[in-house]
Design a protein around this ligand. Sequence first.
Ligand code: KG4
Ligand code: ZN
Length: 336
Amino acid sequence: MKILGIESSCDETAAAVVVDGREVKSNIIASQIDIHTLYGGVVPEIASREHIKAVIPVVDEALKKANTTLSEIDAIGVTYGPGLVGALLVGVSAAKAIAFAANKPLIGVHHIEGHISANYIQAKELEPPFMCLVVSGGHTNLVIVRDYGEYEVLGTTRDDAAGEAFDKVARAIGLGYPGGPKIQKVSEMGNPAAIDFPRAKIADNPFDFSFSGLKSAVLNYLNSCEMKGEKINPADVAASFQASVVDVLVSHTIAGAKKLGFKKIAMAGGVASNAALRAGMRAACEREGYELYYPDPILCTDNAAMIGAAAYYDYKRGVRSGLDLNAVPNLKLGER
Ligand code: KG4
Ligand code: ZN
């Protein structure tokens, strides 16, 4: 079954053709990063306008690269939440128009379900149940994947998302946007034990996360160095910050898998491409005898192949959306 996936929830306009949820025939991504970099982060109004310009050319290219036509597509999957409302609306409107014009079934997909499903593309043998850590610029969730389309959120962030923390700390030490890859790069030259930044624990849910205290600790450290006239070492700050994030993400995920008795752990979202997180999680999984899965970096950050994969399993479960499908900026995982 051939699905055309469309994604426009944040600052990437993407379209992909995916067969049977696992085989990627094309994966086209038009990134707006260069434009938003000028402003130090994503500007929602600009994102919407850029999506409008890109969406049809990106769909055309995805079909062309897959050597197929709209008439050969079996269904259209599109992200309808969560995300920026104006950005989501562009993808949703395009998908509805295409579904109507070509008379194809339409499937609204949850963005996080898409991120999780990127693992099905990467690891053809992976089947639920497993524990999935979803870490991106907008989300930090520890998700119990009981079955295809059956999710339970075990833990979530109380404030900033992990990727957001990377972006804010990168800005504070002058690295620019997007911060994740830049922090990773400079951390290679730093000492992760140089500064003892906090590892937040949430009293009433040990699986929840909090990163705003860590961000403040980094800012306080930078301010106090400045007041004392001490020179800061950006590589040490970046490496120590990254170590704190990785510690918390790994320990929560392993504790979650232990609680549920799962032996399979997956990671998803932009931050899942972080080399230190991958190494830390790999070491912990080896220690526990767990299997670890994560997608290639291009399938970790926003893309439409993951939406095509998720739409396939939704379709198989009988999920169909009407032409009244709307963007839902705060859509909860598992809700329709
Ligand atoms: O999944 P994604 O493309 O978009 C959202 O759904 O949010 O994730 C983008 C986030 C950004 O915050 C970016 O800084 C972070 O993922 N990121 C990374 C790395 N690559 C991207 N964070 C840490 N290390 C990386 N290598
Ligand atoms: Zn995302």
